[in-house]
Design a protein around this ligand. Structure first.
Ligand SMILES: [Zn+2]
Length: 158
């Protein structure tokens, strides 16, 4: 299966094309991590959220295919990764109206939010943390920085 042109691939499509042709992440979401050497799978794909993560050496989390492409080709920025992937898929970003540009900014905010939230879920491994996370999620509106604060606290950071 080659990547379809004219649109960005999904994470499972990308994984199959660039990382392992014999793996379908939808059926087998737990795999050996493509970003570090290992024998026990610590990479997983969360289908409902479209988020992937490595619980092993990388301890990384990505909310979409652009982040996966960035890591796979060791690109330094998200912008660089997006430009590169769009070129490969011949899927150009249209200049866009002001409203569309605003929507892109909102989408980027959503990606950050999903990453922060997914990381908090990943680290919520004690009953006390589940309670804290439940409380945070019960409040509205949820902000990215609130999840980042919680994660920093759990990590014993600043
Ligand atoms: Zn890894």
């Amino acid at each position: 299966m080659a990547l379809q042109l004219g649109r960005l691939p999904t994470v499972p499509e990308y994984y199959k094309e660039y990382i392992n042709r014999s793996v379908n992440l939808i059926d087998e979401p737990k795999q050996c991590c493509p970003f570090h050497k290992e024998n026990t799978p610590s990479f997983s794909y969360m289908r409902e959220k479209g988020v992937w993560s490595c619980f092993g050496a990388c301890h990384c989390i990505g909310a979409d295919v652009i982040e996966m492409h960035r890591r796979h080709f060791k690109l330094s920025t998200r912008d660089e990764a997006e430009t590169s992937l769009r070129k490969i898929c011949r899927c150009t970003k249209k200049p866009g109206t002001r409203l569309e540009q605003q929507r892109v900014i909102v989408n980027e905010g959503e990606v950050e939010y999903r990453q922060a939230r997914a990381l908090a879920h990943m680290l919520a491994n004690t009953p006390e943390r589940w309670v804290e996370l439940d409380y945070l999620e019960s409040k509205t509106p949820n902000e990215t920085w609130e999840f980042e604060n919680l994660v920093n606290k759990w990590k014993g950071g600043v």
